[in-house]
Design a protein around this ligand. Structure first.
Ligand code: NAI
Ligand code: MG
Length: 352
């Protein structure tokens, strides 16, 4: 197949990990006879430096015409002045909103190589395989903000439409996996959460009778996620709860450098990016862990290009590279040899 993939390397280690993922996608294309065209564009701090804006029109145009978008990370100390008018993160929020990417999928499936690096006891992590579906374009992050000398407020608002579409997305995913869905809210206190719970209950009852729905309050969910992570499969929640729970869930896998993500909407095009940031402390050193970005490329193959076999092939190649001991510095334990970004990428390509 032919596919146009827009690559947004961004800042810090972004260019290093996206280059790794592109190398793997090229190897997949060779092996399976596909034609992937890669078009590199600016976003974040790199775009501010070159054009004065974190999301140039040229980048958004290319993204809107693409089959899929692969992104590294944005931001860094150079653009962190709190009084700055333009910030790299604005580019990320703007492109998600402009493309209507309302569902953020973050799978967490700890690999043995990460278990030693996780602060959680290994026996609790055996067999964990869950996906958090976070609502990405609504809620308190996008509500009206106000500030006066002695008070401030952020409005949290959700429409029935916004809840329905992300719940349907999560329910379809649950149906393709174990058939179990956990919806997280704070319905004992928040009106938006009571609406969330009502809509979720109705959508599942009327449209997904084969899916088993469980409701959890976000505070107890934070505890259960650590105490019994194996009990969960697909978790759906609103924007801020999802933001917090997914950072917590990332610790189940041991390293930020192992976790991919996909941001999806109604169409097939999505943004695929590792969940980590631009890691300015190690940028340019060639030691960044590329696996999270490579696993994001696997999600791209699956969700935007419909290439399930190729996606699984990449995931298995990463798993085998880890099994064979190809560990970057964030994963290598005492006495284990750490390899760099390129060697890890090469190991995956050989395993393909
Ligand atoms: P970070 O994720 O960049 O780094 C946290 C720690 O994890 C650092 O010690 C880093 O070296 C390490 N790390 C992260 N990814 C790694 C990888 N692939 N391999 C090996 N080690 C890795 O988070 P931090 O330091 O809070 O933020 C740095 C910058 O990134 C900030 O400007 C922040 O705003 C931005 N950021 C951007 C995100 C995005 O573009 N989606 C997400 C999170 C942060
Ligand atoms: Mg976050």
């Amino acid at each position: 197949m032919h596919a146009d993939i827009v690559v947004l390397p961004g800042d810090g280690i972004g260019p290093e990990v996206t280059a790794a993922a592109v190398d793997v996608l090229r190897a997949v294309a060779r092996r399976y006879g596909h034609h992937f065209r890669f078009d590199e564009k600016l976003i974040g701090g790199a775009a501010i430096d070159a054009t004065g804006t974190p999301l140039p029109a040229d980048t958004l145009d290319a993204a809107q015409a693409a089959d899929a978008i692969l992104l590294g990370a944005v931001g860094g100390p150079k653009w962190s002045d709190p009084n700055a008018k333009v910030r790299p993160e604005q580019g990320l929020l703007a492109i998600r909103k402009a493309l209507g990417l309302f569902a953020n999928l973050r799978p967490v499936k700890p690999h043995v190589a990460g278990l030693g690096a996780s602060p959680i006891k290994p026996h609790l992590l055996q067999g964990v395989d869950l996906v958090v579906v976070r609502e990405l374009t609504g809620g308190i992050y996008f509500g009206r903000k106000q500030r006066s000398a002695d008070s401030a407020s952020d409005l949290c608002e959700y429409s029935v439409f916004e809840i329905e579409r992300v719940v349907r997305h999560a329910a379809k995913l649950a149906r393709s996996r174990s058939g179990r869905l956990t919806s997280v809210d704070k319905a004992n206190v928040l009106e938006t959460s009571r609406l969330w719970r009502d809509v979720t209950t109705r959508v599942i009852r009327d449209e997904f009778p084969d899916v088993t729905l469980e409701h959890q309050l976000v505070d107890s969910m934070a505890m259960h996620l650590i105490a019994k992570p194996r009990a969960y499969d697909v978790i759906v929640t609103e924007n801020m709860f999802g933001d917090i729970l997914t950072d917590e869930a990332s610790m189940l896998a041991g390293s930020l450098g192992l976790l991919p993500s996909a941001s999806l909407g109604e169409g097939r095009c999505g943004i695929y990016e590792p969940i980590h940031g631009s890691a300015p402390d190690i940028a340019g050193l060639g030691v960044a862990n590329p696996y999270a970005c490579i696993l994001s490329a696997a999600m791209l193959l699956r969700h935007s290009l419909g290439l399930e076999g190729e996606a699984t092939c990449v995931e298995q190649a990463v798993s085998r590279a880890l099994d064979a001991g190809f560990l970057t510095a964030d994963l290598a334990g005492e006495g284990q040899r750490a390899i760099g970004t390129r060697a890890a990428t090469q190991a995956v390509i050989e395993q393909l």
